[in-house]
Structure formats: structure tokens, C-alpha cells
Design a binder for this molecule. Structure first.
Ligand code: ADP
Length: 179
């Protein structure tokens, strides 16, 4: 399943799949503040990319919530992994939305600063971190769309959604935003 829309001069697409197979310049990892790997997409990226990514993470040392750092992609097809840390969702009144937006924006800024043209995001914070899928999808998509409206350097943003529930949540939010 795939949905593509044109925003300004760039493309934004939703795909159902495994982000470790992506061939964009960078893939984004939903990391934790210690950059220590873990379950979910983080574990999958380190397994597929090999130990060199963790070695670089160890040297970087950590990443605050809402910020992003970059490593090479190890054995992945993507040349880089941008590790960002989304918020743990509690009740929605603890700055979660702002931090989730920041995680996306800082990842895009980092990609841009490195001259990258394409980037793939997973549904950050919607797994173990418990962010309600529809709300997270709205924030992720709005941030990406606003970025593409204001900048033309990144040519492709893909949201790679694991399973049809996540894909459909993103599709519904995308329709609501662009209609
Ligand atoms: P967080 O701690 O930020 O919630 P998780 O890894 O637990 O991170 O979940 C984030 C999202 O990533 C979830 O929607 C989960 O289904 C999804 N996910 C897990 N594995 C993959 C993968 N290989 N590719 C893309 N998305 C994945």
C-alpha cells in the first residue's frame, strides 16, 4: 500500500512496510535518550544495520527528548540513520505534542544540514511510548508538510508504517490535512 502527494516541489508518501528496507538517504530511528537500542523499530534498525551504528551511538552518548543525532547507516541501504527521541505519552498535558513535533523537525533539519534529499520516518512514539496513533500521525504529517512548504531542499519524505492500522491512521490524517 502506498499513497503519494505532492507538497510544493517535493513528494510526501505513506507506505506500509519495514523501515529497515528503505533506500532513502536517511531513515529515522525512534530511539531512547541513552541511544542504547531496545525493542520495536530501534531494535530492528540495529539488527539490520549491524554493530557499527551502536558504536557511533555510544560515542555520541545520548540525545534529549525532542532532539536528533546522526550516524552512518552501517549495513543498511540508507546511508544514514537519524536517531531522534520522541516523548513518552502520559496524559497529553506534559508537552508531548511539542516534543513530538520537535523530534520530527529536528530530524528534518539535520537531514537538510547534511544535504540529504530523502528521509523515511517511522510512527515515532506510537509503540512502547504510547502516543495515540491518530494524534501522533496528525503532528508528524503537519510538521512534515509545513517543512516542505517552507523548504525545497528535501525532495522526498516517506512515512513507513508498520501494519495497516498505522497506515490507515496516517492516511486518514493526511486526507484531513490536505482536503
Ligand atoms: P517508541 O518507543 O517511539 O514508541 P516503538 O519502536 O515502540 O517506538 O514504536 C514506534 C512505531 O514503530 C510503532 O508504530 C511500531 O509499530 C513501529 N515499528 C516497529 N518496527 C518497525 C519497523 N521495522 N519498521 C517501521 N516501523 C516499525
Amino acid at each position: 500500500m502506498e499513497t503519494k502527494v505532492k507538497i510544493n516541489r517535493s513528494e510526501l508518501s505513506l507506505v506500509e512496510g519495514d523501515i529497515t528496507n528503505e533506500e532513502t538517504d536517511a531513515i529515522v530511528n525512534a530511539a531512547n535518550t541513552r541511544l542504547m537500542g531496545g525493542a520495536g523499530v530501534d531494535g530492528a534498525i540495529h539488527r539490520a544495520g549491524g554493530p557499527s551504528i551502536m558504536e557511533e551511538c555510544r560515542k555520541i552518548g545520548g540525545c534529549p527528548i525532542g532532539q536528533a543525532v546522526i550516524t552512518t547507516g552501517g549495513n543498511l541501504k540508507a546511508r544514514y540513520v537519524i536517531h531522534t527521541v520522541g516523548p513518552i505519552y502520559k496524559d497529553g498535558n506534559r508537552g508531548e505534542a511539542k516534543l513530538l513535533k520537535s523530534a520530527h523537525l529536528e530530524s528534518l533539519k539535520l537531514a537538510s544540514a547534511r544535504g540529504l534529499k530523502s528521509i523515511s520516518f517511522p510512527a515515532i512514539s506510537t509503540g512502547v511510548y504510547g502516543y495515540p496513533l491518530g494524534e501522533a500521525a496528525g503532528i508528524a504529517l503537519k510538521t512534515a508538510i509545513d517543512y516542505l512548504k517552507e523548504h525545497t531542499d528535501i525532495e522526498l519524505i516517506r512515512f513507513v508504517l508498520f501494519g495497516d492500522k498505522a497506515y490507515n491512521a496516517f492516511l486518514e490524517e493526511l486526507k484531513a490535512i490536505i482536503d
